[in-house]
Ligand binder design. Structure first.
Ligand code: SAH
Length: 338
């Protein structure tokens, strides 16, 4: 038995055909699931009894429990409870270009980035495909963009995340264009190397956060396994194969990675690459001593990159009021509700 929300169109076709059902039945089932959004096989009125029994014997419907909903002018944060009682969060951001959902891919995270609140809880499990699909389905809004930037490291849950992206882009399901999907990773190089085989059009964002190995290894343990030169050469290959621009996310932490020297090193590191840098003011959290860089420091950093002809933007801060900002999902809720 598996959740009906965990199957890609092609896999459903394969199962149906193997059991002598026609391929077009998969189209009908997807329409019931993702357009008409029914919650049972009984409601699929154009499905005959044989197939209905087959589906009932092989698939089940499930849902996530909505435990809390927090709204602000520009965001809506949903806390979901999974059937195993673990909790995850999704954040909906009302952008000027559409509705963007920030999806979690794991419960906890093993990457151990020192500045990140989510990583204080070690990985409990990878989210299943349906647990990611349901984060969208249950928000009951027409999502136009998806960012895999919630809790967890998406490339540490590679197979499920690839199938999830398949369902997101399938025109019979969510019909979200690959270019409206962003996957953010701390830099698991052997998975970055495979990514283009599954989808070569999504936006790839790399959490860089430091321009040299010494500092990056202190902030992000993954850098010891895949140091900057290895990461950069993998990304250059990725850009060559996909012809897509990659994003470097750079969290600005006061006195840690925001000095003039760092900006100069960063410019040298990515010069000539089809890439741009997104500077993110560090979001302070109560458990971690790091502080946000001063506005003037961020602007100075920005100017140095600009002068060196690096494409750079400063990220708008979302959801700080409802504690839905980067790196602080989940843990605040647990605290205020203990
Ligand atoms: N594991 C993935 C995606 C999840 S984190 C990754 O590492 O990219 C999404 C982004 O938020 C990452 O760039 C992460 O480094 C950043 N982040 C974590 N804690 C933050 C904080 N306190 N303030 C701002 N950004 C933070």
């Amino acid at each position: 038995m598996q959740s009906i929300y965990s199957i890609t169109y092609q896999k459903l076709v394969d199962i149906l055909e193997k059991n002598s059902f026609k391929k077009f039945r998969a189209d009908q089932i997807f329409e019931w699931l993702y357009q008409k959004k029914v919650n049972s096989f009984e409601e699929m009125t154009n499905i005959n009894n044989d197939l209905r029994t087959f589906l009932q014997n092989n698939f089940y419907f499930n849902s996530l429990k909505i435990v809390a909903l927090n709204e602000d002018v520009d965001v809506k944060k949903v806390l979901y409870e999974l059937s195993d009682s673990n909790r995850i969060e999704s954040v909906l951001m009302y952008q000027n270009y559409g509705k963007s959902l920030c999806v979690s891919s794991q419960v906890g995270c093993n990457m151990g980035c020192t500045f990140c609140e989510s990583g204080r809880l070690k990985k409990i499990k990878n989210l299943s495909i349906d647990e990611m699909v349901l984060q969208l389905l249950q928000i009951e809004e027409k999502i136009t963009h998806v960012v895999l930037m919630g809790i967890g490291e998406p490339l540490d849950n590679f197979d499920n995340v690839m199938d999830f992206i398949n369902i997101l882009t399938d025109y019979r399901a969510f019909n979200i264009g690959s270019r409206h999907i962003t996957l953010s990773t701390c830099g698991i190089v052997d998975k970055i190397n495979q990514l283009h085989l599954y989808n070569n059009q999504i936006n790839l964002a790399i959490s860089l956060h430091a321009p040299n190995n010494e500092l990056r290894s202190k902030l992000m343990p993954i850098n010891k396994a895949y140091p900057l030169e290895v990461l950069m050469s993998s990304l250059k290959k990725y850009i060559k194969i996909t012809n897509r621009r990659v994003t470097f996310e750079y969290v600005m932490i006061k006195g840690v990675n925001d000095q003039i020297e760092h900006a100069k090193q960063l410019a040298i590191l990515i010069k000539g690459m089809n890439a741009y840098v997104n500077l993110i003011p560090y979001n302070e959290t109560s458990h971690i001593e790091f502080k946000k860089s001063e506005k003037t420091t961020i602007l100075q950093f920005y100017d140095i990159l600009k002068k060196n002809k690096i494409n750079v933007t400063v990220r708008k801060e979302f959801g700080t009021k409802v504690k839905a900002a980067c790196g602080q999902l989940r843990s605040n809720y647990e605290e205020s509700n203990d």
